[in-house]
Design a protein around this ligand. Structure first.
Ligand code: SF4
Length: 499
């Protein structure tokens, strides 16, 4: 705004509770808004996902953060979907969402309500494909010395972290909130974050980046195990029976022993008198053979013989052949019993070496997955409709499709609209923050215009999509694995169960 003063007047950004005063040419505290000659502008371009009917969706083609050379043609079979990336936020809550956009799709008038939500209640769930021990369940995860989350229950072949959440964003010290918000932002925007898990004396350093292999204590993980020790015995038993007398698959969770396992029994493998130092669960399946660690099969051992007791002379014999292998096939050792029935290391026969390599070959690459999880609270929903609970009901009734940056969001059952989405399915740079602190994430609600009216939507704010799309919008192509949010297949009314 022009003034007579030499110093330009600051303008107030009202897009979040911080309410920054921003001088001309400067950006606000979150770097998302700036004062351009007295106008408050959103610095990132609005992002449009372009899909074509009956065309397979393709990976992002132009993935820059600025405008591109899209000619704005929306009538030649290229259907734009307006995402909330770069759309801006509204505050306080009674204001309509920044963009409420309509277009006809397959003869149906559809509307998408688009906003960058400010999520105080949000976090990420991280899945790290590794057998290596990164921490015990409930161990604290720290970044820059601040607690930002904890280790959750492991899943099959993967360790799990729960990071962020209102407990860390607002429930601790100011620094804890700031560090947590920054770590979440970087993880969601696909950047690497180094974290330390566990307390002094048993700490593990892990570098997590969405879509990349984890780096655990400085070592990049390569493979996700093919299965637990017992499953590996079951899968590969046939490969082994003609070449070896017994096989032990070393695993921190379930170590498998061929001669005792049901698979070995069915293949007529004779008892070998082997003794495993662990807790026997069922035949050929042992728990607690060692401590968790970064050695063989997620245990702390580097020498697999340490998990063996003395062989039973009733069944064992000199020359008995033993293969020991980890759950990823990366570590293996071949042994033969000497006259004292002690295993002695020997050159591994080619067939057994090939079997270990086959295990490794059947392992998938180890990657980190980062899923953003947040709850669209009453305030965010109020930007969509004057009756927020009707939006929740509409989502549960499959009349409204929820997406984040165009990526399909998993909506949790139960109350509210609590969504979870893989950040790799979203355009790059989808996330921002405000210093309250909270994460800013895109969220879109798409439905029929008629349903929008029924749930009390801001009907006067609807604009045709052609009014929103311009040369300034950033265009990205949609991922192959993502549905078109406007496709009728997403909606109950198209399935004949509702009018
Ligand atoms: S932090 Fe960002 S969104 Fe919030 S008032 Fe400041 S510039 Fe606006």
């Amino acid at each position: 705004m022009a003034t007579d003063r030499a110093k330009p007047e600051k303008i107030r950004c009202d897009a979040c509770p911080v309410m920054c005063f921003i001088a001309d040419g400067k950006a606000g505290a979150c770097d998302r808004y700036a004062n351009h000659g007295g106008d408050l502008v959103r610095l990132d371009a609005l992002t449009i996902i372009e899909s074509t009917e009956n065309t397979r969706l393709v990976p992002f083609m132009k993935d820059s953060s600025g405008p591109n050379d899209w000619d704005g043609d929306i009538v030649q079979g290229k259907r734009p979907f307006v995402t909330a990336v770069g759309a801006g936020t509204t505050y306080p809550d009674y204001k309509p969402a920044p963009f409420i956009v309509s277009q006809e799709v397959e003869g149906v008038d559809m509307v998408t309500v688009v906003t960058e939500g400010i999520f105080s209640y949000c976090g990420v769930k991280v899945k790290i494909d590794t057998d290596r021990h990164i921490g015990h369940e409930r161990d604290i995860v720290r970044v820059d010395g601040e607690p930002i989350g904890h280790v959750m229950t492991s899943e099959y072949g993967s360790k799990m972290l729960s990071l962020g959440g209102v407990e860390h964003l607002t429930g601790g010290s100011k620094k804890e909130g700031r560090v947590t918000c920054d770590a979440l932002l970087r993880l969601c925007n696909r950047e690497a974050v180094e974290m330390v898990i566990g307390d002094e004396g048993h700490e593990t350093t892990v570098v997590v980046q969405a879509g990349k292999a984890p780096i655990i204590n400085g070592v990049e993980e390569k493979l996700m195990r093919v299965g637990c020790g017992s499953a590996t015995i079951g899968m590969f038993a046939k490969q082994w029976v003609d070449h070896v007398d017994d096989v032990v698959v070393v695993d921190d969770h379930i170590t498998g022993v061929l001669s005792e396992h049901q698979a070995g029994k069915l293949l007529d493998v004779e008892p070998t008198g082997i003794k495993i130092n662990g807790r026997r669960s069922t035949p050929g399946r042992y728990f607690n053979v060692a401590e968790p660690g970064t050695g063989w099969g997620g245990t702390d051992i580097e020498d697999p013989l340490t998990i063996l007791g003395d062989f039973n002379a009733k069944f064992a014999r000199e020359g008995l052949k033993l293969l020991m292998v980890s759950t990823t096939g990366e570590q293996y050792g071949y042994y033969e019993l000497d006259a004292d029935l002690k295993p002695q290391s020997a050159d591994i026969p080619p067939a057994l070496k090939a079997s270990a390599e086959l295990i490794a070959e059947n392992c998938e690459p180890s990657v980190c997955s980062v899923l953003f999880m947040g709850g669209a609270g009453g305030s965010l929903r109020a930007g969509v409709t004057e009756n927020p609970v009707r939006l929740t009901k509409s989502v549960k009734d499959s009349l409204t499709f929820v997406s984040c940056g165009g990526a399909e969001a998993f909506v949790w059952p139960g109350g509210g609209i609590t969504v979870m989405v893989d950040v790799l399915d979203m355009p790059t740079g989808s996330f921002g923050y405000v210093p309250t602190p909270a994460l800013v994430a895109p969220i879109e609600f798409t439905m029929r215009v008629s349903d929008y009216g029924t749930l009390g939507g801001h009907m006067n704010e609807i604009k045709p999509v052609a009014d929103v799309v311009s040369d300034e919008t950033r265009k990205v192509d949609q991922f192959q694995n993502q549905p078109d949010p406007m496709a009728s297949a997403n909606y109950r009314w198209a399935k004949g169960t509702s009018g």
